[in-house]
Ligand binder design. Structure first.
Ligand SMILES: Cc1cc2nc3c(=O)[nH]c(=O)nc-3n(C[C@H](O)[C@H](O)[C@H](O)COP(=O)(O)OP(=O)(O)OC[C@H]3O[C@@H](n4cnc5c(N)ncnc54)[C@H](O)[C@@H]3O)c2cc1C
Ligand code: FES
Length: 353
């Protein structure tokens, strides 16, 4: 076998054998697009968070074999790490049999073994506006595909003609599969200048798209404490899923839902919570930049500050779920972990990198 390197030729026919230093070994199918996704599909508990090159959680070393890097400038690695030969499994594709070094993540094994991600062709059934720049996209999965996931997980959508997928969180709950056909719903924001979201907003009903999932660890956990959901912008999607998941349980835990929007123009998003049991869900809507030209008597500022102001103390009496832009996620983490000493196992989040 050749020395570890960045070259791309195929030296042995796929499927390839991937050996992890210290024991585990798995086979990577010929049509697998990355090392990470192949490992997860094989039930290997490879550490990861975002699946799209942003977080660095999936970093590893190549000890032997050929490995192609898909996105050289992925922000999940620093220049120093790149120089030291580190790689991201979600941005690497083997070119033959390989030997690699990574510290596996055994706690993730259980969830993955019962629901390994599946890549399938989905059909866009419907699209409707949620706010001026966010739409709900409803995708139908193929006949017989149960589309199992845990509330709060995400999927990878492959926008047409774009080589790399983008991550979007399901906004519904898996029990909606009782309806026929199985659907996955996503609340997607059209990012100004964003390549992937721009292509998705060009889709019309009937369009077909590869969708791979479920992924993610920031999902709903069983428990008895009341749940706090903090959603920043398009973080609304996964928080709706978590809230729906809690309310679908027979238990009595309640949901404190904090929805952070920018201006009154986005208040139409509030309608997404219509129909959720008001006896068990309390909604707090916060505007960060309300316009002086339209009425607003509710709270203003950062959404997590409103949560800190209004929740009963100690905050550790609740389980926390949050999703949104990286700056919001960091601010919530700091509030919970540093200022309020909420135990790590009560904190579940997705950073929209
Ligand atoms: C776990 C998770 C869940 C998310 N859930 C949602 C959601 O429910 N709703 C929502 O609106 N947004 C969500 N996002 C954000 C979403 O994935 C996109 O980042 C966002 O839509 C902007 O994508 P874009 O292509 O329009 O923008 P761009 O600025 O063009 O690209 C944004 C991201 O795409 C990836 N990327 C860029 N270039 C490359 C490349 N050459 N190769 C590979 N990858 C590249 C990077 O991750 C980059 O940060 C989520 C993100 C994550 C990580
Ligand atoms: S999982 Fe690979 S960089 Fe986030």
């Amino acid at each position: 076998m050749s020395a570890a390197g960045d070259v791309n030729p195929t030296t042995t026919p796929a499927p390839w054998r991937i050996q992890i230093e210290g024991g585990a070994e798995f086979t990577l199918a010929a049509d697998e697009d990355t090392l990470l996704r192949g490992a997860l599909r094989a039930g290997v508990p490879w550490p990861y968070e975002c699946s799209v090159g942003g977080c660095g959680a999936c970093r590893f070393d190549v000890l032997d074999g050929l490995m192609q890097t898909l996105w050289e400038a992925a922000p999940g690695l620093s220049e120093r790490e790149r120089k030291r030969g580190k790689r991201l499994a979600c941005q690497s594709r083997p070119g033959g049999d390989c030997r690699v070094k990574v510290r596996l993540d055994p706690p993730a094994a259980g969830a993955m073994a019962s629901r390994p991600p599946v890549r399938r062709m989905a059909t866009l059934l419907a699209r409707r506006p949620v706010t001026p720049d966010m739409d709900e996209f409803c995708f139908q999965l193929p006949e017989g595909d149960a589309g199992e996931f845990i509330a709060g997980q995400y999927a990878l959508l492959y926008p047409p003609e774009l080589g790399s997928p983008r991550a979007y969180s399901m906004a519904n709950v898996p029990s909606e599969r009782g309806s026929n056909p199985t659907v996955w719903r996503f609340v997607i924001r059209q990012v100004p200048g964003g390549v992937g979201s721009g292509l998705l907003f060009g889709l019309t009903p009937g369009a077909q798209l590869p969708i791979d999932g479920p992924y993610g660890h920031g999902h709903l956990q069983p428990g008895t404490r009341d749940v706090v959901c903090i959603a920043g912008g398009s973080g609304l999607g996964p928080m709706l899923s978590v809230a729906r998941g809690v309310l679908a349980e027979p238990g009595t835990r309640r949901v404190h839902f904090f929805l952070g929007l920018r201006t009154q123009a986005e208040l139409s998003a509030v309608k997404e919570l219509d129909g959720l049991d008001p006896a068990r869900l309390r909604l707090h809507t916060v505007l960060s930049s309300p316009s002086a030209e339209a009425p607003w008597v509710g709270p203003t500022g950062f959404v997590h500050e409103e949560a800190e102001r209004t929740l009963a103390q100690p905050l550790a009496a609740h389980d926390f779920y949050f999703a949104g832009p990286p700056r919001m996620v960091e601010a919530v983490q700091e509030m919970l972990m540093l200022r309020h000493r909420v135990p790590f196992e009560q904190i579940h989040f997705d950073r929209f990198i």
